[in-house]
Design a protein around this ligand. Structure first.
Ligand code: S3P
Length: 175
């Protein structure tokens, strides 16, 4: 946790981070509606900017090229003037520069935390998740082990999604 106590969230971006399948896009869409803010979904930004799908980018240019686009999408989203809800793709915490950007910006960062067992049920057949094409269970578990401390590092708040309905998670995020 970056531990900064900021009592007034008005005017600051709200960033949702977390593993694939934790519900960032779904929760982000509803939270954005409730807050009357635009939603910026980093995967969608990348696909719109490149005219290619996440899967195509991974296949043709490789993961590093995708991570560079992801970093750029995060930088641009955080730099927008209008306060937004930003659904950041799961791997955004991998680069130290991205983590620094998240902790040093005024954005409120909420980690949607989910148990790998829940995630694996949700991410089956995810078209934009080529990293899970082979051994999805094992890969997801390894990602969870690697990324948990990274999400923790950037989070101002942690919302557990296990055993909660979408509505309950939305309320928790808004709180
Ligand atoms: C990834 C998460 C995906 C997508 C890509 C890589 C990751 O986004 O960016 O498949 O490394 O965690 P979501 O978190 O929106 O599924």
């Amino acid at each position: 946790m970056n531990g900064v106590d900021r009592p007034d969230p008005a005017g600051e971006h709200l960033v949702l981070v977390g593993m694939m399948g934790s519900g960032k896009s779904t929760i982000g869409r509803i939270v954005a509606e409730r807050m009357e803010r635009p939603l910026i979904d980093s995967d969608e930004v990348i696909e719109a900017a490149t005219g290619r799908t996440v899967r195509e980018i991974f296949a043709t240019d490789g993961e590093e090229a995708f991570r560079a686009l992801e970093a750029e999408a995060l930088r641009e989203a955080l730099a927008t003037a209008e306060p937004a809800v930003i659904a950041a793709a799961g791997g955004v915490v991998l680069r130290p520069d991205n983590r620094r950007l998240l902790t040093e910006s005024n954005a409120r960062v909420v980690w949607l935390m989910a148990d790998p067992a829940l995630l694996i049920e949700r991410v089956r057949n995810g078209m934009h998740r080529p990293l899970l094409d082979h051994d999805p269970e094992g890969t997801l578990q390894r990602m969870w082990d690697e990324r948990q401390p990274l999400y923790q590092e950037v989070a101002d708040a942690i919302v557990s999604v296990d055993g909660r309905s979408i509505g309950e998670v939305v309320e928790a995020v808004l709180r």
